[in-house]
Design a protein around this ligand. Structure first.
Ligand SMILES: [Cu+2]
Length: 167
């Protein structure tokens, strides 16, 4: 078992023990995937962080690993937060030798698979940060899915000096 699988296994165990210990939460959280009732949280969001804003800049980006533990594709359709009026899903694409950002409507996370959001790849673009974001601050983002309950993720603000590679 490599360390990624170990991590996934421990996250799964955590969810299983949580839901078996709390059947009320199970009922409240019951959602449907393709007509089938599901009670578990199948989405895990790991290694999430947001970039510190540059002085005078009101835009930032966020990176993370999205993991789908279910046997169905789950679609991330939007992200919201208290501290930003607009969060978009972006991809980097090469056009005529130039790196460009493109807005996506959604990210599909395949069954039992993961999607990486990382610098120069998929990312969240976070607009309208009037007060900016400083290294060490904690933020909270709410992830909305087409076929899964919302997932709230706490993520730290990292300066550009803090390198982090998502796996
Ligand atoms: Cu972008």
């Amino acid at each position: 078992m490599n360390s990624n699988n170990k991590n996934i296994a421990s996250v799964l165990l955590l969810f299983l023990s949580f839901f078996s210990a709390n059947s009320d939460a199970q009922k409240i959280n019951a959602q449907k995937i393709n007509g089938q009732a599901i009670a578990k949280q199948y989405i895990a969001i790991k290694n999430a962080y947001i970039r510190e804003t540059l002085p005078g800049n009101h835009v930032s980006s966020a990176y993370m690993t999205l993991i789908n533990h279910s046997d169905k594709t789950i679609k991330l359709i939007s992200i919201s937060s208290d501290f930003s009026p607009r969060i978009e899903i972006h991809a980097h694409t090469m056009k005529n030798g130039m790196m460009k950002m493109e807005r996506l409507d959604a990210i599909s996370i395949k069954a039992n698979a993961k999607v990486l959001l990382q610098p120069y790849g998929l990312h969240l673009m976070i607009f309208g940060l009037k007060n900016g974001l400083k290294d060490g601050q904690m933020t909270e983002l709410n992830f909305h899915f087409a076929n899964h309950k919302n997932v709230i993720v706490k993520m730290p603000v990292f300066s550009i000096k803090r390198k982090r590679i998502n796996k």
